[in-house]
Design a protein around this ligand. Structure first.
Ligand code: PLP
Length: 411
């Protein structure tokens, strides 16, 4: 009998990010202590004013335009102009149910091939496969802060001989937590070869040095920007994302709108009205406080975990670290993660899920296993965060780090 599922889809497995979350729940149900360093979701509540706006708009039941609420697109356009200096007019912005959907639709519409650099977010490759776009990998190194060099990018483009190509860049990066420092050089290569860049800026508001750096500044003519409310504003479950498209690529924008109209139609109306408040309102205090917490907790883990057995680049943004465990005992990063979960209760993801070969002993560590509401409340009365505060408000992160660090001593 023929398979009911297409061969290309059969090859895909469920995202390991979700699988590890399920495994943690299972262990918790058995009454075991688990340090949830696997699943990456903002620990903070959505700012109160934005929640109030959502409530006020709960009665909005009408379908909004496929491309999204005009006012919301206008405020995103203004916001991008302020941060990047680049003008993406509201006509070039489409609102999507999370930025993930925007990327998927781009893969479906695009006729060409995709360049990814390891490490890359888990969903880029499966999405390319769904869209039937071949993926080409560039391997990066710790010395280069886990981003490709301009030379590597150029070499890869040349080897692909004038195909239509999209390079996906994500900074701050999931899973490494590092920020790309060579945007200008990468942009120069992109320009030389007419490359299309998809700049995934879902974490860029969570850059610890507080500078919003976008490659669009150096190469606006063929750079897509994706973003949304999921990370900086803690509203992942609201599913509000956007895609900003340069005018020269309007053909792809039209295709994306068509695909949107034939699939989800439009993003839910109340959330779009609330998102206007997210982009127009003043949420600077919330942003500064949450950023300070993430930066302090990230640095705590970094300082207490790094050793001659555990190599890590310092936390620069988002909520991830990518430690490398120097050892000869375990053959794959999956085996390493399983052992760590068994012996310490610390759940992390293997770097083989992010584009590395199975033998690279890297893992993704997410340091947000704490009650974000409580931590944020405590920060309303103070500005500085010391180890005592972290021990009080992020006890699981502290204990999990201690367990992991002790475990690594025996490698
Ligand atoms: C690197 C990266 N890009 C995009 C997304 C998708 O975010 P959303 O679809 O919620 O906008 C995520 C979510 O985890 C992510 O980590």
């Amino acid at each position: 009998m023929q398979h009911l599922t297409k061969k290309s889809i059969l090859k895909l497995k469920q995202s390991s990010t979700l699988i590890i979350n399920e495994k943690c729940k299972e262990l918790l149900n058995q009454g075991k202590k688990v340090y949830q360093f696997g699943f990456g979701q903002s620990p903070f509540p959505v700012p109160e004013k934005i929640v109030t706006t959502l409530k006020k708009n709960a009665h909005r039941k009408e379908y909004l335009p496929i491309q999204g609420l005009s006012k919301l697109r206008e405020s995103i356009s203004k916001n991008l102009k302020n941060k990047t200096g680049i003008n993406y007019p509201k006509e070039n912005i489409v609102i999507t149910p999370g930025s993930k959907e925007a990327m998927l639709l781009l893969h479906v519409a695009f006729n060409g091939e995709i360049i990814l650099s390891a490490p890359s977010w888990v969903s880029y490759e499966p999405q390319a496969i769904i869209g039937r776009n071949k993926v080409h990998w560039i391997q990066t190194s710790r010395e280069n802060n886990w981003f490709p060099t301009a030379h590597q990018l150029e070499k890869k483009i040349k080897s692909l001989k004038k195909k239509n190509l999209i390079f996906i860049l994500n900074s701050p990066n999931n899973p490494s937590g590092t920020v790309c420092k060579n945007l200008k050089e990468l942009a120069a290569v992109a320009k030389k070869y007419n490359l299309i860049i998809l700049s995934d800026e879902i974490y860029t508001d969570l850059t610890f040095c507080n500078k919003y750096e976008s490659i669009s500044k150096f190469y606006p003519e063929r750079t897509f920007i994706s973003g949304g409310l999921s990370k900086w504003c803690g509203a992942g479950g609201w599913r509000v994302g956007f895609f900003a498209v340069p005018s020269s690529l309007s053909e792809l924008l039209e295709n994306i709108k068509t695909l949107a109209s034939e699939s989800y139609s439009t993003v839910n109306s109340p959330a779009q009205f609330a998102a206007v408040e997210a982009y127009e309102g003043d949420h600077e205090e919330y942003k500064a406080k949450t950023l300070n917490i993430l930066k302090s907790v990230g640095n705590y883990v970094y300082n207490n975990l790094k050793s001659n057995k555990v190599l890590i680049n310092s936390p620069q943004g988002a909520f991830y670290l990518m430690p490398e465990f120097l050892n000869k005992k375990y053959k794959t990063s999956t085996e390493l993660c399983e052992k760590i979960l068994d012996e310490t209760g610390v759940a992390m993801l293997p770097a083989s899920d992010f584009g590395f070969g199975p033998k690279r002993m890297l893992t993704r560590l997410c340091y947000i296993d704490f009650d974000g509401s409580e931590f944020l409340k405590a920060m309303l009365k103070r500005n500085t965060i010391n180890d005592r505060i972290i021990e009080k408000y992020a006890p699981n992160v502290v204990e999990g780090t201690r367990k992991l660090s002790n475990w690594a001593k025996n490698l």
